[in-house]
Design a protein around this ligand. Structure first.
Ligand code: SF4
Length: 245
């Protein structure tokens, strides 16, 4: 079992390298997302990857990456519990940008997993389910890379408020780059509308943050942005973006 709070491998990095990342991050605080993406591509080349759940932020980054470095390895954690609309968006993005987002899957199918555990674990142990079907998978993928990019924003939640633009990801032992850390939800949606970037149609039905269908619900405009995830439980993150330090 892989807990969302597990550190998957020793996170060895020198103090000097940490200082270098901190300096780099500080120098990019006022940079635009596409400039941060360009920095990431130039610094890490084919050792850079990007993870996306096809949220609006991920779609925006793909929009920029498609012109800056379309060969970048982009992947989605395909838990087997994603909405059909999410998987269709992958095809829409491929048609629009010629970018193939690789579906990275757990070792077991949903049917096998539920048979092993006597039913769906998302009902009884969602931490373990996320650990097995997300954290273990991204941990496996990131062993092939030096840096990964994600679409998190600081204003999404308390957990994400301290996200560095460039920082060391202690959980996975790689550099983590967040080009949209300083952006707001409004700025992301302005870009999507202006550039006609494809997005998940569920956003038009009250779904704000979209993950697996058993753990996502539509919310009202008064709710917190991530209130629709693991609703009714204390869980707020699957563990990908939880700081270890
Ligand atoms: S979000 Fe829900 S269904 Fe998806 S991996 Fe986590 S617990 Fe399982």
């Amino acid at each position: 079992m892989v807990s969302p709070d597990s550190v998957l491998e020793p996170a060895n990095i020198s103090a000097e390298s940490l200082d270098d990342l901190a300096r780099q991050s500080a120098s990019l605080e006022s940079a635009e997302p596409h400039e941060i993406i360009r920095f990431a591509v130039e610094r890490y080349g084919n050792k850079l990857t990007m993870a996306t759940a096809f949220g609006p932020e991920g779609c925006a980054i793909i929009h920029w990456l498609a012109s800056i470095a379309p060969q970048t390895y982009i992947f989605n954690l395909d838990t087997g519990y994603q909405f059909q609309e999410t998987l269709q968006l992958r095809d829409t993005i491929a048609n629009r940008y010629g970018v193939n987002v690789v579906l990275e899957q757990p070792e077991t199918t949903v049917a096998e997993y539920e048979r092993i555990h006597g039913g769906p674990l998302y009902r009884t142990d969602s931490n373990r389910c996320c650990g097995d079907r997300k954290i273990a998978v991204i941990g496996r993928v990131l062993t092939r890379f030096d840096a990964w990019m994600s679409g998190i924003r600081r204003d999404q939640s308390v957990d994400r408020a301290a996200a560095a633009i460039v920082g060391w990801d202690t959980k996975f032992g790689v550099v983590k780059i967040s080009p949209l850390a300083n952006w707001t939800k409004a700025k992301v949606w302005d870009l999507i509308i202006r550039e006609n970037i494809p997005y998940n149609p569920l956003h038009d039905q009250g779904y704000v943050s979209i993950g697996c269908f058993p753990c996502t619900r539509a919310i009202t405009t008064d709710d917190d942005e991530r209130a629709g995830r693991w609703s009714g439980t204390a869980k707020t993150e699957c563990g990908l973006h939880v700081r270890e330090d």
